[in-house]
Design a protein around this ligand. Structure first.
Ligand code: WAQ
Ligand code: MG
Length: 266
């Protein structure tokens, strides 16, 4: 990396509760435009208008920035969210998550993973074997940040996603976030569905499976969403995983493969 990059983060709240967050990694010339887009996003959120928006911009030294590629993408066509969750459990098992841990994480996200049944601001960290929750703060969770797409990669990604009907912010950002998560040590899998009431899709990602998306992981109108990051507890240790998710910088500058969609047969 020769160019200096900045990490930009947005956190919006409404009535003191988490409403929306976003993070990116961009050259200085892109920051003004990005900041405006993030403020707009907080004010036009489908769950309501933010009453506080915090933006932070931090320089990241070029030498700290790793580069990487996106995970491969596959869509598994499911009829509804019940089928979607059944399929997600199947892929989590394929990835190496125990049945108990996977079922518990799905139930926890469905019930609202933060205390009081709200959505968390960040992700739960879950022991892939026991299902134990490992994140230090169960309301905040762990927020992956300092990741972004290079301009060229963004152009390429949009060119491929467009004809698939998938060129939207949810998909682009989730793929970049999954790339960041999968690059952390000891990661077994990630499970996600949105907290936006109108967006029902979600995904399971793992180093071997890539990004496997399901058009429905929750009913339309449902506001509870979130992320579970499944870890192997032995190995690098929790602090190293959290440091990697929060503080290491990843610029995605390459594509993965795009597989044809498959229909879930149960
Ligand atoms: N780090 C950790 N957790 C996060 C982060 C982050 N940077 N951003 C969001 N989360 C958690 C948080 O609990 C949110 O409530 C939850 O994830 C959902 O965030 O069609 O739109 O931004 O392939 O609503 C996935 C499917 C869409 C895309 C995900 O997530 C597709 C989405 P949202
Ligand atoms: Mg959201």
């Amino acid at each position: 990396m020769t160019q200096d990059l900045y990490s930009i983060r947005m956190h919006a709240t409404r009535g003191g509760a988490h409403l929306s967050g976003a993070e990116g990694l961009a050259p200085s010339g892109d920051l003004e435009c990005l900041a405006a887009a993030l403020v707009r996003r907080a004010l036009e959120h489908p769950r309501g208008r933010a009453d506080a928006v915090r933006l932070s911009v931090d320089a990241v030294e070029a030498a700290e920035v790793r580069t990487g590629r996106l995970p491969d993408l596959t869509t598994i066509v499911v009829e509804d969210w019940r089928q979607g969750r059944e399929a997600a459990l199947y892929f989590l098992a394929e990835a190496g998550v125990s049945t108990g841990a996977a079922e518990q994480a799905v139930a926890t996200l469905a019930a609202g993973a933060a205390p009081g049944g709200e959505s968390m601001r960040g992700a739960m960290l879950v022991d892939a074997h026991s299902g134990d929750r490992l994140e230090p703060d169960p309301a905040r969770g762990v927020r992956a940040s300092r990741m972004g797409l290079s301009r060229d990669a963004e152009r390429q990604l949009r060119r491929v996603l467009g004809p698939l009907g998938l060129d939207n912010e949810h998909v682009r950002e989730a793929m970049v976030l999954a790339a960041k998560v999968l690059s952390a040590p000891g990661i077994v899998a990630e499970l996600c569905w949105s907290d936006d009431p109108d967006y029902t899709a979600g995904y399971v990602a793992s180093p071997a499976l890539g990004y496997v998306r399901f058009p429905h992981l929750k009913p339309k109108g449902e506001e509870r969403g979130g992320r579970a990051i499944f870890l192997r507890r032995e190995g690098s240790g929790l602090d190293a995983v959290i440091a990697s998710l929060e503080s290491s910088a990843l610029l995605v500058d390459g594509m993965g493969e795009f597989h044809p969609q498959r229909v879930w047969k149960g």
